[in-house]
Write a protein that binds this ligand. Structure first.
Ligand code: DGY
Length: 324
């Protein structure tokens, strides 16, 4: 069968697909051109796509042979799952395996923004470390502070686990409160959204991007946060109104931010790079050799299952497809 792989994946994983199928692959590390995907998809039976590819009605209408959409990523806001379901095409993602890597990076951003790691590195490289003094270049302690987690799915829980090692008080909010026994096991406390914003020293976002979470954090929410607090985002950029964030950072309404994702990725709101009180990363939450290799394997297993007419292990819409 014919397969399109829109991003570069490890050779040994690609070989598993090539063993059984004709593969067209993007050999570059930049996203495949949209027009190229649209013209290539016409004769394809399967696509292993990246989170940067828009799999929408326009594409699906051209893909008359498509039997599986295997997303390389857990977030699938790039895919019109409803439109795929209407066309009876299974869609899969890569849940679970990137939880720890993303939680680790969340903590890297908490520490980097609180303790001014990037600023300190720049200062030292610039030859401006001239002497030690008790009150110079102070940051904010992380240990013992309050961490507010918005969304308590797999990644939120993994972040909460790490926070306990830093003796942090962890509060969380989500539409459906966890069982009390789970809260107890995780040592976390449920609060409403407003209270979380008002009481946290670090607010960390772990929600999927859906219509209800677009601009979940805007000017009003940012203004509820403490002047000494930090916003951390490793979820999806559009969850935060980036212009509002830029303004509060400029005007020191909050202390700082740590961002791995952006509203119009890979574009950044103009002015953001000029600020010292924000740490900026290039969407690398899951970016470790170990995790990206596992993601490639999982996406490939989903792809191969779909091509074989089987239910992909991580199918997002198979219950709907088989009418369960
Ligand atoms: C995902 O999987 O959704 C991440 O954002 C990319 O690793």
């Amino acid at each position: 069968m014919n397969v399109l792989v829109t991003g570069r994946i490890p050779d040994d994983v690609l070989a598993l697909i090539k063993k059984e199928h004709n593969v067209e692959i993007n050999t570059h590390d930049r996203p495949m051109d949209r027009e190229k995907i649209l013209s290539n998809i016409i004769d394809k039976d399967g696509i292993l796509c990246m989170i940067t590819d828009r799999i929408d009605k326009e594409l699906l209408d051209k893909a008359q042979h498509l039997k599986i959409i295997a997303n390389f990523g857990v977030g699938f806001n790039n895919i019109d799952v409803k439109a795929a379901t209407e066309r009876k095409i299974p869609v899969s993602n890569t849940p679970g395996i990137l939880t720890d890597a993303t939680a680790d990076l969340t903590f890297a951003l908490i520490l980097a923004s609180g303790r001014r790691v990037v600023e300190g590195d720049k200062l030292t490289r610039a030859g401006k470390f001239k002497y030690w003094a008790p009150l110079l270049f102070l940051g904010h302690e992380v240990t013992g502070k309050t961490l507010g987690i918005v969304g308590m799915g797999r990644i939120g829980r993994a972040v909460a686990k790490r926070a306990l090692g830093f003796d942090m008080k962890v509060i969380y909010t989500k539409p459906k409160r966890l069982e009390r026994s789970e809260e107890k096991a995780l040592n976390i406390e449920y609060v409403d959204f407003e209270t979380l914003l008002e009481e946290s020293d670090f607010v960390s976002l772990h929600v999927p991007l859906v219509p209800e979470t677009r601009h979940l954090i805007g000017e009003n929410e940012l203004k509820l946060m403490k002047p000494s607090s930090f916003l951390i985002n490793t979820s999806r950029g559009p969850v935060v109104d980036e212009t509002a964030l830029l303004n509060v950072l400029k005007n020191k309404v909050i202390k700082g931010a740590g961002l791995d994702v952006y509203e119009n990725e890979p574009e950044l709101t103009s002015g953001l790079i000029d600020l010292d009180n924000v740490v900026l990363l290039p969407h690398v939450g899951s970016g470790t050799i170990e995790t990206r290799t596992k993601m490639a394997l999982m996406a490939t297993e989903n792809l191969l299952a779909g091509l074989n007419g089987e239910i992909p292990p991580n199918c997002l819409n198979c219950d709907d497809l088989i009418g369960r």
